[in-house]
Design a protein around this ligand. Structure first.
Ligand SMILES: *[C@@H]1O[C@H](CO)[C@@H](O)[C@H](O)[C@H]1NC(C)=O
Ligand SMILES: *[C@@H]1O[C@H](CO)[C@@H](O)[C@H](O)[C@H]1NC(C)=O
Length: 299
């Protein structure tokens, strides 16, 4: 059954390819840059999910999609339950599709160097809680840890797609971004729902609950992004929940529950962990790639 579903997806992707290839020529340069930028995040998600669930990355399953970029540092198979492993494997294959969809529309660039080591995630978690966690946070250790680490990523991509949509000129670009946004926000919703089920449980051996971790990660992203509140944890003050009336916050949104948007600068400040789009680090030791990210890098 999974094989026929996979070949159906492949067929659908192939058939959509032939229509979008023609438009490559016609896309305005600004659209091309805006469509290439999210490849940075899609590469990261593809490798993190693929390694986490399946024990191998893009290089093992779809090597051409790397366009020759170096393999990620420190990614590994996570200690996951069958349910979470199954869901994350689906996310991984979805990300391969996203990479292909973008690369079939614009030329793209090789996968940038990614730091997916446990230490890379531990650094973020330490920054989020404001102290060095002991033992260091290990994203690959358990379902909850892996889901908290996953909480860090698709949401940022989601806000980037919302931000990009307003600046795209071609209907072809807008259609692609809407389609990517739909599935990224679905991934974010699944991750958040799985975490929400355990919101009040402590993340052992630490003294913080799952909800507190999400709140602290979201707060860190708001601080790094330097553009106000665009990120919210799983439990909020009711005033910040939907319609200002509820504390449960399984999906983040503004006062009308419309998704927040982020600019490429804001995204780079967050994924570099530096709060500065000119200072690479975090998941991207050598910086993100493509014209937009490179325009901020001092070389
Ligand atoms: C990958 O790239 C090689 C070299 O360009 C090509 O021969 C091969 O068909 C490609 N594989 C896929 C699955 O696209
Ligand atoms: C990966 O991140 C960790 C934690 O920040 C760091 O110690 C390590 O040097 C990084 N690796 C590379 C190659 O940048």
């Amino acid at each position: 059954m999974s094989i026929s579903a996979a070949s159906l997806i492949t067929l659908l992707l192939l058939s959509s390819t032939t229509t979008t290839v023609i438009s490559t020529v016609e896309l305005p340069k600004s659209d091309i840059d805006l469509l290439e930028f999210p490849l940075n995040l899609e590469y990261l998600e593809a490798d993190f999910f693929s390694w986490g669930a399946l024990g191998g990355g893009i290089d093992s399953f779809e090597p051409n999609l790397t366009k020759g970029g170096p393999p990620p540092i420190g990614a590994k198979k996570a200690n996951l339950s069958p349910l979470v492993r199954d869901i994350v494997a689906q996310f991984a294959f979805q990300e391969f599709g996203h990479l292909r969809a973008i690369q079939e529309t614009v030329a793209g660039f090789p996968r940038p160097l990614l730091n997916l080591s446990a230490a890379s995630f531990a650094t973020i978690m330490n920054a989020a809680v404001g102290k060095a966690l002991v033992p260091p946070f290990d994203p690959y250790a358990s379902d909850i840890n892996y889901l908290l680490a996953s909480y860090v990523i698709p949401y940022v991509g989601l806000t980037g797609y919302v931000g990009a949509s307003a600046n795209l000129q071609s209907p072809v670009s807008r259609r692609l971004v809407a389609g990517l946004l739909g599935v990224e926000s679905g991934q974010d919703a699944v991750i958040r729902t799985l975490l929400y089920e355990s919101a009040m449980l402590k993340v052992r051996p630490y003294d913080y609950t799952v909800a507190e971790f999400t709140d602290k990660i979201s707060h860190l992203r708001n601080t790094l992004g330097k553009a106000g509140t665009k990120d919210e944890g799983l439990i909020v003050e009711p005033a910040a929940g939907a319609e200002g009336r509820i504390a449960g916050n399984v999906l983040a949104g503004d006062k009308n529950s419309v998704a927040y948007d982020r600019t490429p600068q804001e995204i780079l400040r967050i994924v570099y962990g530096s709060g500065d789009e000119t200072k690479p680090g975090g998941f991207y030791p050598k910086g993100a790639s493509g014209n937009i990210a490179k325009s901020y890098l001092k070389t």
